[in-house]
Design a protein around this ligand. Sequence first.
Ligand SMILES: [Zn+2]
Length: 344
Amino acid sequence: MMRIFSRNKGQAASRVDRRSDLRRERPPRNRSNPGAPLVLYIAGSGRSGSTLLERLLGQIDSVATLGEVHHLWARGIAKDESCGCGKPFGECEFWRRTGEMAFGGWKNVDMEDVEKLHNAVDRQRYLPLTMLPVVPPAFARQLAAYSGYYGALYKAVQELSGASVIVDSGKHPSLALALSHNRDIDLRIVHLVRDSRGVSFSWAKSVKRPESTNPEDDLMKQYSSLVSSALWVSTNLAAEALRWRAVPRTRLLYEDLIADPVATIDRLRDVLNLPITGQLKLVGPGTVDLKANHSVAGNPMRFRRGETTLRPDAEWRKAMTKKDRRLVSLLTAPMRLWYGYTGR
Ligand SMILES: [Zn+2]
């Protein structure tokens, strides 16, 4: 049995109202075209628990989870890394059929065009443009072409799987902003936030990538506490910019999710109007029985199957050096306190 750690339940439950948006925000009017696939995009800093949230959502019938789709082009198509089901991307039937339906086969995807468009619209520096309600025509054409690749892929997944909700745990707010301009995608955003100290401690760890097909890709990225603090602030600020786009969004704290996953996902469903019929089922106290999935990229947790117990994570509180903890606490203080992460 695998274990995942969380805060103690009572402590986190008492904080839900104060720090999560789940009971406060109401989704704006849905502006997507009829028949558009409903995509729940998980935005936020790396190491905030997006893979866990996605895996929990994936336990519910009618939800299809895809992992971090922005990695599909390089890690899936080009490098043939493993799908969450364990097969190489090129041998996974789910992705083969998706590529066939979306593009007539992955060989027809112009990888240079995807990369070029990515650099033209899906970067944090374009935020002042992508957060606007109307953008210049030339930029709008690039946004349409770029988000069109994602739209075609989501649509194929919707038709092949019959899922009513498709989860993309891409995290990058810049991609969510780009997708929000495409009315052929019924986009809903959950902004996932985790205590900056826990995030920074996680970024400092050396973590193997079991899906690697190249020695250069054997480890997940690592950052110093200085860099991870800057990333935490800039990514969460960028995710806050999504409130200016007319798409349903809410903010969710990782600590609240892990303390009470069933109630938290129920609230997420309600506040974002997600057409989910079932409910997350536990097989024991705080324990889920993770089933296989076709996550194309993400944290190694995407490969985990079977019974997994959610428990308080106190490792960074004990193992983080005083110097790092002080530095991260200070550098992230305004946003950290605004999100309600008080204490040292
Ligand atoms: Zn697969």
